[in-house]
Design a protein around this ligand. Structure first.
Ligand code: COA
Length: 163
């Protein structure tokens, strides 16, 4: 049985080591911004004491950005549950949208988010080449052997749709 809770200040070192393991460093670069987990809110998925998922997000004006999402046990609904938790937070905070940046090679994430109500809104060509200047460890070749070059922004609008 998976349980979910908000992250707490005492989780910081665990979050940093999970980011290092999954993202190669304890910082994440997106749209030219450097994100460190310090002070950012998040939700953790737990199987007993074991961490099986983590989502970290932040608020930028009326937008809520998902900074990182990791499921350590795929295809059990953990990713979807973590996203839902953040979408609920964003709605309660009065945000107009939830957005995230992924990379052009991450075909699974592109499919996963689109199936859950996110739409592609922007391609920032060559953005990862610029991110490498800040975080040189970003691989040149990513998933499926695809060169990692571009940032892709996806968003879920929280505005009521007009007919
Ligand atoms: C993308 C990612 C977060 C998805 O997490 P996840 O926990 O596997 O997500 P879910 O389990 O909610 O959904 C994944 C699939 O499993 C299916 N699934 C969910 N519960 C299931 C169950 N009990 N049995 C079988 N399949 C199930 C879902 O239907 C979904 O399939 P679909 O996308 O074809 O509809 C995960 O693959 C991951 O951590 N990737 C690496 C990091 C990454 O790329 N993060 C996002 C970049 S910002």
């Amino acid at each position: 049985m998976i349980a979910y809770r908000r992250s707490e200040p005492g989780d910081l070192s665990h979050i940093r080591s999970l980011w290092r393991e999954r993202w190669g460093d304890d910082l994440i670069v997106a749209h030219g911004e450097v994100y460190r987990p310090d002070g950012l809110p998040g939700f953790i998925a737990l199987d007993g004491e074991e961490w099986v998922g983590l989502i970290i997000y932040t608020f930028l004006g009326a937008s809520c950005e998902i900074v990182s999402l990791d499921s350590l046990r795929e295809a059990q609904g953990i990713g979807a549950h973590l996203i839902q938790s953040v979408v609920m937070e964003a709605r309660q905070a009065g945000c107009s949208r939830v957005f995230l940046i992924t990379t052009n090679d991450n075909l699974e994430a592109l499919g996963f988010y689109q199936k859950r109500g996110f739409e592609l809104v922007k391609v920032n060509r060559g953005a990862i080449n610029r991110s490498r200047e800040i975080k040189p460890g970003i691989s040149l070749i990513g998933m499926h052997g695809i060169p990692i070059r571009d940032e892709i922004e996806l968003e879920m609008s929280l505005e009521p749709r007009t007919a």
